[in-house]
Write a protein that binds this ligand. Structure first.
Ligand code: SF4
Ligand code: SF4
Length: 167
């Protein structure tokens, strides 16, 4: 995931809770990754960052209704929308994603998985070798508030209207 540390909105009780709930604001694991031996795992020294959110792909917004829907996502808090761009065969493709900060019900108080042997495939596929154990999230572009996506949407739609008028 392309990552950028989002800004925390000020003046809210959430500011107190967010560092607890948000893996992107948590400190790095207790032991430096370089010091972890091959028979050990970063997961043994982590607060279970990857078990405290999930990310789902969402469509690229194109219409007023799309941006309005995304404004609704962000109105719920503990959410962020971010984009990541990949280049394939000389063409760049931007994907949109929704992050929801929510703790998995199977995460135990000691930050271990309570259903390790039957955990979902997505958890099995996620590798600790290049995870967020000790790296900050850096988003290429992110939206964390309803106002931010609304402003972006208004600008996007205005620019598109202007481009169409020129044709
Ligand atoms: S995979 Fe990475 S983020 Fe997840 S628990 Fe292990 S070290 Fe932490
Ligand atoms: S099922 Fe286990 S590994 Fe997967 S998110 Fe929940 S606690 Fe983490």
């Amino acid at each position: 995931m392309s990552k950028k540390k989002p800004e925390v909105p000020l003046g809210s009780i959430k500011n107190i809770l967010l560092p607890i709930l948000r893996p992107d604001l948590m400190p790095p694991g207790a032991v430096h990754r370089d010091e972890i031996t091959p028979d050990d795992s970063p997961c043994n020294h982590c607060v279970g960052k990857c078990c405290r959110y999930f990310t789902v792909p969402i469509k690229t917004p194109r219409t007023k209704a799309d941006f309005d829907e995304y404004r609704w996502y962000l109105a719920h808090g503990q959410t962020v929308i971010f984009t990541e761009t990949e280049t394939k065969n000389g063409k760049s493709l931007t994907r949109w994603n929704l992050v929801v900060w929510t703790i998995c019900q199977y995460l135990l108080p000691d930050n271990r998985c309570g259903i390790y042997h039957t955990r979902p495939q997505v958890c099995r596929d996620y590798k600790s070798e290049d995870c967020e154990y000790d790296t900050p999230w850096v988003f290429e572009q992110s939206f964390e508030t309803p106002d931010s996506i609304q402003s972006y949407g208004e600008q996007f739609l205005e620019e598109r209207r202007a481009a169409r008028r020129k044709k």
